[in-house]
Write a protein that binds this ligand. Structure first.
Ligand code: NAD
Length: 307
């Protein structure tokens, strides 16, 4: 399969590297010139639980330099850059190109549908972890999986083909008709932990320094569960609370990406997580005071950083 990765940071490089290693033809598109230059000169240095290797043979360039028309375009920018990134590759996308988003948050399918026909859009969720450790270098420790679905049922074959390709690359991927449940469960987790850590500066483990931290996380999870229910999606509330409690107990030093963005003075993905939950909550008349407050705090933090 001829695959282009749009946004080749931590996740895009991990997926692109593993797909290239499994024999697919992969192009990485990014706007980080230092990262692209390192990959072009030395290959991608990828460290996973299977060890460290240098993956060569990846084509790496800026979006406006992309040539040809891929079979699959995998979007892995942060969600706030989806629109500008897709605009820059408009000429690279053909009628046969499938466009898959595995980004966090809600509203990603709608964002892709602004640029391609709905039958070209695939959605999904992944819990593989990845970190950029330097130009051309990505670490991913732990295990994960990918779940994908073509929202239009006519495209079932396409999603099966894409899932098979990702699975053969070792990414543990399957088509999942219940993918919206997985997407919302991850939103519940991120709406609680990412936004609380980003607003307070706490690592995940520091959230239990005061009982109020744990209580806030719990309230946000339950708000997201209620909003999901209003959209016809039944989440396992106890399972979501257990995941958050597990992370607080076991991933104590972890700094969620939203906290890393705040510390670096960058805008965050709060809009596609708490922001999208609030939008749906308002339409459905579901009160989400904690989710809304965290959204407001993060918006203030972002504005302060930008001024
Ligand atoms: P990242 O910041 O490491 O990578 C994003 C990349 O997009 C960067 O390299 C950036 O230069 C590039 N980019 C920005 N604008 C662009 C444009 N216009 N054209 C092309 N490239 C552009 O982020 P990440 O951690 O890889 O996360 C990507 C997405 O995956 C996010 O939605 C995130 O929430 C989700 N996610 C991340 C993880 C993780 O562990 N890192 C896990 C699951 C899901």
């Amino acid at each position: 399969m001829n695959i282009t990765i749009l946004g080749a940071g931590a996740m895009g490089s991990l997926f692109g590297g593993l797909l290239a290693q499994s024999g697919q033809q992969v192009t990485l598109l990014d706007i980080n010139d230092e990262h692209l230059a390192a990959i072009r000169s030395d290959g991608l240095l990828l460290a996973t639980d299977s060890g460290e290797r240098r993956i060569t043979g990846l084509h790496a360039c800026r979006p406006e330099q992309a040539t040809g028309h891929p079979d699959l375009l995998l979007v892995f920018t942060k969600t706030l850059h989806t629109d500008s990134a897709l605009r820059s590759v408009a000429g690279h996308i053909a009628g046969h190109t499938l466009v898959l988003t595995l980004q966090n948050g809600l509203g990603n399918a709608e964002a892709l549908s602004q640029h391609v026909a709905p039958q070209q859009v695939l959605i999904g969720m992944t819990n593989w972890p990845a970190d950029m450790v330097g130009p051309g270098q990505v670490h991913s420790h732990g295990q994960g999986m990918v779940r994908v679905l073509a929202p239009g049922s006519r495209e079932r074959n396409a999603s099966q083909e894409v899932a098979a390709v990702l699975d053969a690359a070792g990414l543990n991927c399957a088509v999942d008709p219940q993918v919206w449940t997985s997407i919302w469960e991850k939103v519940a987790f991120n709406a609680a932990l990412n936004s609380l850590c980003a607003a307070t500066g706490c690592t995940v483990g520091q959230l239990d320094a005061a009982p109020e931290g744990v209580a806030l996380a719990r309230s946000i999870v339950l708000e997201v569960v209620a909003v999901a229910r209003s959209q016809g999606i039944e989440l396992d509330a106890q399972g979501c609370l257990d995941s958050v409690a597990f992370a607080i107990a076991h991933h104590r030093t972890h700094k969620p990406s939203m906290l890393q963005d705040v510390l670096a003075g960058r805008p965050t993905e709060i809009g596609s997580i708490n922001g999208q939950v609030l939008e749906r909550a308002r339409q459905a008349g579901v009160p989400v005071p904690h989710t809304e407050t965290l959204l407001g705090l993060l918006r203030l933090i972002e504005k302060r950083a930008a001024s």
